[in-house]
Design a protein around this ligand. Sequence first.
Ligand SMILES: [Ca+2]
Ligand SMILES: [Ca+2]
Ligand SMILES: [Ca+2]
Ligand SMILES: [Ca+2]
Length: 316
Amino acid sequence: MINSKCTTRILILRSIAILISQTVVSAQSTTDMISTTGFVLDECAIDNITCEVNAVCTVTNGSITCDCIEGYQGNGTACSDTDECVNGTDVCNWKSTCKNLLGSYACECDIGYTGNGTLCEDIDECSKGLDNCDVNAICINNDGSFNCICETGYTGNGTSCDDIEECSDGSDNCDADADCGNTDGSFTCVCKTGYTGNGTTCKDLDECSTGSDSCDVNANCVNTVGSFICACKTGYSGNGVTCTDIEECSNGSDNCDANADCGNTDGSFTCVCKTGYTGNGTTCKGNLLFSLNPETAVGPIRECCNGEFRDRTTDT
Ligand SMILES: [Ca+2]
Ligand SMILES: [Ca+2]
Ligand SMILES: [Ca+2]
Ligand SMILES: [Ca+2]
């Protein structure tokens, strides 16, 4: 603060009237009188010279001095406010704002800082819960402020974060043979039926070798990409998932010889040549049987032809 002084030297004749003692005063100057008598004169009070309201009056070696008080500047009879903020005499922290007051000034920590103005420290808005970050955002404190960053899986400005629709916007990494399912903050990849893997990588599932097929026990399983085929084995009919034995004998699909007996079996059938016939069942030939020795036989000779006996004599 810059103060100027106004010094006024005067003779205080009237001071005699207020001398505390009755000591006779010689005709001396007031200055001499004080020093020689030891009496105290309130010269500031008795003098017509009045200091400015924002100044203090002091007496030094018989001289009255008006000094502007701290916070003001002038010659003592006229004092004006000192703007400490402008002249740089304030001690405000660089993170605070200086506000000039009449006869003084104030330091107010800037937004984001806390303290008395002379000392200002960053406010950790994140740990104190003073941030306005979205519930799905990460708060990062910094000097004087903070940042809000949407968490992975969300999009927005940090104070507002929305779920990313990965499946519909194509930002998912699901395999082409996987089903993508959106979730709040993420997404899922599940291999489609017929495929196996973690969802981001899917390969065909060999249902036949892994035993996860649904083929009938009497069907052949054929693996395909993404699926499998069930085909009833020979001798069975059905859709592959359910196979039943074919009744070849009764539905006429057997290939037994006409002179064979057809017998159904599970998955097949048998052909057995009838009595009097020989063959593998699918082909049967009649036995040529002579009931008697033609040379010694008495009566008609009977022979067999295609299982029917007849008199040989009648055949000639
Ligand atoms: Ca901060
Ligand atoms: Ca999502
Ligand atoms: Ca397959
Ligand atoms: Ca059969």
